[in-house]
Design a protein around this ligand. Structure first.
Ligand code: AKG
Ligand code: FE2
Length: 551
């Protein structure tokens, strides 16, 4: 098919898009042109190979993989090696992303067909019924395609007629209908809260994820006492007391073994912890911020990633094809002074700046204390350190003067929570993220290919290890992949505090953690590299970190 029919110019480059490739690759009963997207088909074929390996059937190749690659190791546990072939690397890379899909096939693993896998992972649109008027038996292709583009409002005719001064009431109802659709697209940019405030009660296709990416919250195991016990609990008060060395051992175990999550309880310890009222007051003022009319909230909308304040929706609303059910307010918190970021922060509610600034200071303090302990577990800080090189001491000073970004996430109730997510699987970019927990479930972390729901514990912080700590520790501590699901009835609000080195500083593996036995595993990186990455590629899982890995 000649691309210049849908896009401007010749048939080698596509610009001036009239119909997106995604739309073309959607089934006809779902408003598309019925082509199969090769990328999705290819993914389905790779999943099929994975299924064959799991089911232990298929070709000689499957037997060869079992015998010579897996060598008795469980498929979910086996490591990808640099010398593996492209297809094997791809298989290993995709396995955790698709694990939930396989759990749904468990009973019919050996019989499932590639067509079924493709159908499960492809992006879906709502069904329409007008396609039968266009794609009937013996239709004339040229007429069908023009009618199809007209219904989608992708023919430039309306604009041209308007330019010629021909008024809107001459425009056909089909065109008028699709103009409304275009308006709807703008509405998505205004966020999910705005949709609900305007009476939307059904989940639009814009938010419907392919089956493999959906949360399947109902199908997952409820959190049992055992699975909760597996999450390490670090008592911050103990960390500051005579039992510090024992707590450090658990901390090191927590970071290394779980590579992801430590739940810190008893935070209201005098002189050390964050008073519970400070957290509550931050959550309360954030809820009041989101409770204001759209006009007030949207004053802070900006597409500038470096802006000291940014209101927005979804994950990356300028790039997301499918939107996530979240609105957010991001606040740069460093340097926290009247002449720097504070004047940019929301002025309404009136007590917003004051409460947010207090919370930012408290979390920064806590972050630094936890980092001290983590550096101690790495042998880079504290009494056990013989060689206090400037390199070791510097990191804490740099973190003290480092970046802090506060992300206030608002997840309103969602009409169909099983079809969408509040946030996609992602690691955080910094060293640590501090997340106070309220009583609404939503946060899930990936552990051994399974999504585990974090049990909200009152007056506790979940601390996530981010990509920068993984790089700094040269891979000893791994960043955690996490996501957020939403629910039907309860609104959820979270305040994540992300900490790292100053935005213009390079993060590199600590030279003290590199030797012959532990060669350097990561390239250095800075915030600008990260921003450039997310504005050019769609980050999937830990793909940014993988792009910084030395093989
Ligand atoms: O809402 C949560 O619990 C997690 C938020 C989060 O992951 C983030 O803001 O990066
Ligand atoms: Fe996060």
């Amino acid at each position: 098919m000649c691309s210049c029919f849908f896009w401007k110019g010749n048939d080698t480059a596509a610009h001036g898009v009239r119909v997106s490739w995604d739309r073309i690759c959607t089934l006809k009963p779902e408003e598309g042109l019925g082509l199969k997207k090769l990328e999705t088909w290819n993914k389905a074929c790779i999943l099929m190979l994975m299924k064959n390996i799991l089911a232990g059937d298929g070709s000689l190749w499957v037997a060869w993989v079992k015998e010579y690659i897996l060598k008795g190791v469980d498929f979910w546990e086996a490591e990808s090696k640099p010398y593996h072939s492209w297809i094997l690397k791809k298989l290993f890379k995709m396995r955790y992303d698709v694990a939930p899909l396989f759990f749904t096939y468990l009973s019919a693993l050996s019989t499932v067909k590639v067509q079924k896998i493709w159908d499960d992972i492809r992006v879906r649109n709502d069904k329409i019924d007008w396609h039968k008027l266009i794609w009937f038996l013996l239709h004339i292709p040229k007429h069908a395609i023009i009618s199809w583009m007209c219904i989608l409002d992708r023919l430039p005719t309306t604009d041209r007629l308007l330019q010629m001064g021909i008024e809107e009431y001459f425009i056909s109802p089909a065109m008028a209908m699709t103009n409304d659709d275009a308006k709807e697209t703008d509405e998505f940019q205004k966020g999910v809260k705005h949709l609900l405030e305007n009476g939307v009660r059904k989940l639009h296709d814009k938010y419907i994820l392919p089956i493999s990416d959906r949360p399947n919250v109902d199908k997952e195991q409820p959190i049992t006492a055992e699975s909760r016990l597996k999450l390490p609990i670090i008592d911050f008060a103990e960390l500051q007391g005579p039992n510090r060395s024992q707590v450090l051992n658990s901390l090191s175990f927590a970071c290394e073994e779980y590579g992801k999550l430590l739940t810190i309880v008893e935070m209201h310890v005098v002189n050390h912890g964050i008073p519970i009222e400070v957290t509550r007051s931050m959550v309360d003022v954030s809820a009041r911020f989101f409770g204001q009319p759209y006009e007030e909230r949207s004053k802070y909308m900006s597409s500038d990633m470096a802006s000291p304040v940014r209101y927005g929706t979804s994950w990356n609303q300028n790039k997301d094809v499918v939107f996530y059910w979240r609105d957010f307010l991001k606040l740069v918190c460093h340097p926290l002074s009247d002449s720097d970021v504070l004047p940019h922060w929301p002025s309404s509610p009136m007590d917003f700046r004051e409460r947010a600034a207090t919370y930012a200071k408290e979390t920064k303090y806590l972050f630094l204390r936890i980092m001290e302990a983590i550096l101690e577990t790495l042998g880079l800080w504290g009494a056990t350190l013989d060689d206090k090189t400037p390199e070791n001491g510097d990191i804490l000073n740099q973190l003290d003067d480092g970046s802090q970004l506060m992300v206030v996430n608002c997840f309103p109730p969602c009409p169909e929570p099983n079809l969408t997510l509040g946030m996609p699987p992602h690691p955080d970019y910094g060293f640590l993220t501090l997340l106070p927990q309220d009583d609404v479930h939503g946060l899930q972390i990936q552990y051994k290919g399974q999504w585990i729901t974090v049990e909200p514990t009152d007056n506790s912080f979940v601390v996530n290890i981010g990509d920068h700590l993984e790089i700094f520790s040269n891979g000893r501590y791994k960043s955690v992949l996490h996501r957020v699901f939403v629910n039907l009835a309860k609104p959820r609000l979270s305040v994540a505090s992300l900490h790292s080195l100053p935005f213009d500083c390079m993060v590199r593996p600590s030279p003290n953690l590199i030797d012959d036995a532990n060669p350097r595993r990561y390239k250095h990186t800075d915030f600008a590299t990260f921003l450039e990455y997310i504005s050019t590629c769609e980050p999937k899982g830990k793909s940014f970190l993988k792009s910084r890995k030395l093989t």
